[in-house]
Design a protein around this ligand. Structure first.
Ligand code: DX5
Ligand code: ZN
Length: 228
């Protein structure tokens, strides 16, 4: 299990996205938040911007789709060049069919859960996925406070991944910072999205390195025994 740090460009300067992508050269993936003002109460960017970003950076794109009608749109993000495409369980009409389509088109398939959505009903779907995203804020905006109450869900998900012997990555997104990343790693997360903690820093690349060091240290000490 390798720690990965994915800066979210939601907290970057949208007028200088190519430069902002290069400002985090140590990042594993660039996290791209697509919002449609229906699934979440905010509007960001769509396919044309993703197509341009793919050409502007060598860092692979991790597209987090917070949109309705995602069964129709997600495959187009693979065609646009995203290396990983995340749809929300709450928005997908046919999550298994969609995950298979994303994989067949050549990207990693990922499913996200809002804070109030439990993991247990999706246990049998996990082998269809390359990554599971547990939201640690209500999706829609950067800069929100981390929800500690999500830590047991992260831990239970890590237990399910181990139980089934899966190579599934476990991503956390929302309020991940120097003061919360260690708890996420201890609970069993291995892919960390950070928006304001990276782009709000004077040196975004240094912030990525510091977060990675913290997460690696905490992972080395983790036991993943859930308290509940
Ligand atoms: C929120 C987005 C996040 C957001 C995280 O709905 O999915 O990716 O950019 O921002 P921070 O790290 O500032 O909470
Ligand atoms: Zn996101």
């Amino acid at each position: 299990m390798a720690v990965q740090i994915n800066p979210s460009i939601l907290s970057a300067d949208f007028a200088r996205l190519a430069e902002e992508a290069k400002a985090v050269d140590g990042a594993d993936w660039l996290h791209v938040d697509v919002m449609d003002n229906h699934f979440v109460p905010n509007l960001t960017l769509g396919l044309p911007v993703v197509e341009s970003l793919v050409r502007a950076t060598d860092t692979p794109l991790d597209c987090h789709l917070m949109i309705e009608d995602v069964d129709r749109w997600a495959p187009q993000y693979v065609e646009a060049g995203a290396g990983s495409v995340t749809f929300h369980a709450e928005a997908a009409a046919a999550p298994v069919r969609l995950a298979r389509e994303i994989r067949a088109k050549g990207a990693r398939a990922s499913m996200a859960l809002k804070p109030a959505t439990p993991i247990e009903p999706y246990e049998d779907l996990l082998p269809e996925l390359d990554m599971l995203l547990i939201m640690t804020v209500e999706p829609g905006f950067g800069g929100q406070a981390f929800l500690d109450i999500m830590l047991p869900k992260i831990c239970r998900t890590r237990e399910l991944i181990s139980k089934h012997g899966l190579e599934l990555w476990l991503q956390v997104d929302g309020g991940v910072s120097a003061s919360t990343i260690e708890r996420c790693a201890e609970a069993g997360a291995d892919v960390f999205v950070a928006g304001s903690a990276v782009y709000g820093a004077a040196d975004p690349s240094a912030a990525v390195r510091a977060l990675r060091n913290q997460a690696e240290r905490a992972t080395a000490q983790a036991s993943w025994a859930c308290d509940d």
